[in-house]
Design a protein around this ligand. Structure first.
Ligand code: ZN
Length: 110
């Protein structure tokens, strides 16, 4: 098993919810981050106003005995000034982080 905090560089106060669910021999790691707010990329206004959550499923096939996925509840903010919507910053969106995660999980299986 891997440590979400270490693998993604998150602190305990960054994680609002983390659950591990196994269903039909498939493992789901469900995570939602704490709302730290975000700065509108269009006008620069800081906001914590949440418009919605989008569910992102990241598949990987590292576990030998079962399929597993990361379910990330991506928070979308809405700017109170210009109404632009944008995603919160998160460690799951970069390809590098994803590859790092795969490697971390693979090592933990040894
Ligand atoms: Zn704005």
């Amino acid at each position: 098993m891997f440590d979400f905090n270490i693998d993604f560089g998150l602190n305990d106060n960054d994680i609002e919810e983390f659950r591990e669910v196994i269903k039909s021999n498939e493992q789901f790691l469900c995570i939602r981050l704490v709302n730290h707010g975000g700065r509108c990329p269009q006008c620069g206004t800081f906001t914590k106003c949440v418009k919605e959550y989008k569910l992102h499923k990241i598949d990987h096939a590292v576990y030998i005995d079962r399929k597993s996925s990361i379910i990330y509840y991506a928070r979308r903010f809405i700017c109170p000034r210009c109404r632009k919507t944008f995603y919160e910053e998160n460690p799951f969106s970069s390809e590098y982080t994803f590859l790092f995660l795969i490697r971390s999980i693979a090592l933990s299986q040894l």
